[in-house]
Design a protein around this ligand. Structure first.
Ligand code: AMP
Ligand code: MG
Length: 517
């Protein structure tokens, strides 16, 4: 399978048509957000680009949304994906939101380079936003050009699809096109437009936007919309707004635990990048740990390590505290007084730490193959992580090798070899084996279960970087296709793909990532 340019056919991408084309693309758009009060968004169309060409359509995702992937790859489809044509039923808008960026409040951010085209109902009845990112300036662009460079678009495509395959709630990639135009960052780069699918683009920052303006009516409308869309059962409660807050806290606590269990660092956990649905959104300078180091930071703009790997639960709790503050006026309507609303918000926030810890511990138990909880399990897990940190052990490989060692003690050697001082994990392995003996689970069953919790393949930073390099400098999209394929089955060992499962060689390691906006 060779894909020398973004525009030729691959087995994964429907053929982009070149001749006359009368295909129409049916998204069956609905526009519930565009029917909210006008101060929620700016009605604005994508700005056409010079020469749109298809990089990729996500066939399976398109089908699950009831959209025909062949239609998407048709000439009209590509024009829609580039913003050169407005699809039937689409009512494009740029959403208004605010946000705390690295702790500083910005009262107006908004979609500066994105257009929500509309919503579609998936085959399983869930409402999804279809959004173009990099589709030109909007009233929220401030000094930005409204565009996206090819590298960051491919990066978001790869990482969001990898996260989905890992089983982590995330926005998805429906398509990517090149624009035939350059964008100017530190250098001139090829431009691209990304089509993002998310169960909504409501953010903590959306609530902050109206709270900062003292617009309680808008807050109420927004909260009601969020409940109807994401937490419909909340209306059955006597306190729906408190239930909304509880629900977002629970989803975010679980989400951040899931990130950490696969060594993911989001990199830019600002409140405008914190979703109300509990999905991972806005993949900018994100990265995965290779050797385990809880203080690790990759993002070039995160100089103080605010969003370091192990700070992520603290950052999430801080963001959720901002959500609780923003919701106070509507919580007050439920609780009766301002004081009662503050008490209610604090009660909700107090649930974050225990929920995060419980999700993380449950995940670590799965990663270690422990079926029946015991009191000593947290210490067993923490001691392994401590030794991994001291010995620069690769996070992903250590847990994957333990999955093998669970069925076959011969594989202990593989685990040992990942530690700078192999004897360091000797004692721990003995403790682990003795702990496993307390359970009656067969080694084969345990090993199989562990393999489902411990991926073989993650988007290692150097692999992602190599893909972007090939695409940006040589218009070679074959590595992109290949990496997407590897990452689509992260828990399966597949012969011939070993090079995707190992850490960067010293010369290849990526130590810093960039926002790329
Ligand atoms: P991000 O860091 O990608 O989450 O974006 C933060 C804010 O900057 C959002 O309001 C974006 O819409 C805006 N933004 C980022 N890049 C651009 C760009 N190239 N043009 C206009 N706005 C942008
Ligand atoms: Mg953002």
């Amino acid at each position: 399978m060779t894909v020398p340019t973004p525009f030729s056919k691959s087995s994964e991408t429907p053929e982009a048509s070149t001749g006359p084309d009368c295909t129409t693309v049916d998204f069956f758009f609905e526009n519930t957000y565009a029917q909210l009060p006008e101060r929620f968004y700016a009605r604005t169309n994508p700005m056409p680009v010079a020469a749109p060409r298809l990089i990729k359509v996500n066939i399976e995702l398109a089908r699950s949304l009831g959209v025909d992937p062949d239609e998407l790859a048709s000439r009209q489809g590509i024009e829609i994906l580039a913003g050169n044509r407005i699809a039937a039923g689409s009512d494009p808008i740029a959403l208004a939101y605010a946000g705390h960026q690295f702790g500083h409040f910005v009262p107006q951010l908004g979609d500066g380079r994105a257009n929500l085209l509309g919503e579609v109902l998936s085959r399983d009845g869930i409402r999804y936003d279809i959004q173009l990112k990099g589709s030109g300036p909007t009233p929220f662009s401030r000094r930005g050009d409204g565009r996206a460079a090819l590298g960051p678009v491919l990066r978001e495509y790869i990482v969001s699809e990898a996260m989905a395959a890992l089983g982590i709630p995330t926005a998805r990639a429906l398509a990517a096109v090149t624009t035939g135009e350059l964008v100017f960052r530190e250098s001139a780069l090829p431009g691209a437009v990304f089509t993002r699918v998310a169960s909504s683009h409501l953010r903590v920052g959306t609530f902050q936007y109206f709270a900062a303006q003292g617009d309680t009516e808008a807050l109420r409308v927004l909260a009601d919309y969020a409940i109807a869309r994401h937490y419909p059962d909340a209306v059955l409660e006597s306190n729906p707004y408190r239930t909304l807050l509880d629900s977002v806290i629970a989803r975010q606590a679980r989400l951040v635990a899931q990130w950490m269990l696969v060594s993911f660092i989001h990199g830019v956990m600002n409140t405008d990048n914190t979703s109300i649905s509990g999905e991972t959104i806005d993949y900018g300078p994100c990265a995965f740990l290779e050797e385990y180091d809880p203080r690790k930071v990759f993002s070039s703009i995160d100089q103080m390590g605010r969003y370091a790997y192990s700070n992520q639960p603290l950052a999430a709790r801080w963001n959720l505290t901002r959500l609780a503050e923003a919701l106070l006026p509507v919580l007050e309507q439920e609780a009766g007084t301002k004081e009662a609303a503050v008490v209610s918000a604090n009660q909700a926030l107090a649930a974050f730490d225990p929920q995060f810890e419980a999700a993380r511990l449950a995940g670590l138990r799965c990663k270690l193959g422990l079926f029946t909880p015991q009191e000593g399990d947290p210490a067993l897990a923490e001691d392994l992580l401590k030794q991994m940190a001291i010995n620069h052990a690769d996070f992903t490989l250590t847990f994957r090798s333990l999955s093998d060692a669970a069925a076959d003690p011969q594989s202990d050697e593989k685990v040992r070899s990942l530690f700078a001082h192999p004897e360091a994990c000797e004692k721990w392995l003995a403790r682990w084996r003795s702990r496993l003996n307390d359970e009656t689970v067969s080694p084969e069953v345990r090993s199989a279960a562990m393999r489902k919790a411990n991926p073989a393949f993650i988007p290692r930073n150097h692999l992602v970087e190599a893909v972007l390099q090939a695409a940006v400098t040589r218009q070679d999209f074959q590595p992109f296709e290949e990496l997407l394929d590897v990452l689509s089955h992260p828990y399966e060992d597949r012969p011939g793909l070993e090079r995707f499962a190992v850490p960067a060689l010293p010369g290849e390691a990526v130590t810093q990532t960039f926002c790329g906006t």
